[in-house]
Design a protein around this ligand. Sequence first.
Ligand SMILES: Nc1ncnc2c1ncn2[C@@H]1O[C@H](COP(=O)(O)OP(=O)(O)OP(=O)(O)O)[C@@H](O)[C@H]1O
Length: 310
Amino acid sequence: MRNSFPFLAQDPLSKYYGLIYHVYRRNKSKKENQIKIESFLEDYKALKPSRYSYVDIKKITNKFKEKLGEGGYGTVYKGKLSNDILVAVKVLNNSKGNGEEFINEVGTMGRIHHINVVRLVGFCADGSIRALIYEFLPNESLEKFIFSVAGENHSLGWEKLQHIAIGIAKGIEYLHQARGTIGYIAPEVLSRNFGNASHKSDVYSFGMLLLEMVGGRKNIDATVENTGQVYFPEWVYCHLNQGKELNIRAEKGGDTKIAKKLTIVGLWCIQWYPIDRPSMKVAVQMLEGEGDNLTMPPNPFASWVQQEQI
Ligand SMILES: Nc1ncnc2c1ncn2[C@@H]1O[C@H](COP(=O)(O)OP(=O)(O)OP(=O)(O)O)[C@@H](O)[C@H]1O
């Protein structure tokens, strides 16, 4: 039979070519693998929060030049890392806590990576100074968009509000799942801070946020004209329970449907007894559905009345 590969027969070394090629390929792919691993390790190092000194923090924040805001745990400053990445540096009030929360934050948030959860990129524990460094979020606080200030209109529209609500819910759901599996924190600390009771408190806070998003106002507002509306969650519950339509900032047909769905989910989340509140997973499902099958929750304020009567 004729050799269909004549060049093989003509070259006495030909049988080695394959071997040489094989060895060359193997070395090449070994090198490629090494490069891949090195680049992975570089990225991995960058993903883990780094430790900074107080001097570093001063440099990063340009001597605390730009204050972004203030929260319950400390003051937040804008900063820039040496690689030009913008960050928000939260300098913790040293009067608060015994460091447990700081350890929890670094121990858990440092390992958490989710599109809807702000990333912790570094921390500082230098003497009594404690600070947390987060990626900088440029779009400002949701507050600015949900609370309409006289003369300013930052209204987002119901579709967008729904999208944001689902994003927040998924972020919290992820935190609840991830924090349950992270093995560095003592179980008693974990269950105190992130156990089921604390998860259900997060569900409650999320429900209150949903209702603020619906109302476009703080849930308690003594300045409203109608005194029956001072406490928005109670007013909105009674309103829906009487079968009335929600015509809050309605612009298009589907709007009232979204507003009603967000309200019902919010009211489920603020149920008096934690056990009656849904898990974040269920809250996400409720928000992602059309809302037609959602039932009205029991009156979240019924227990208030009972308590007042005792
Ligand atoms: N990662 C960030 N990027 C940009 N601005 C931020 C960032 N984190 C916080 N801020 C700003 O700093 C303010 C205070 O934030 P901080 O987290 O301390 O408090 P909070 O959100 O009010 O709640 P809490 O104190 O309960 O955590 C925010 O309202 C926001 O304006």
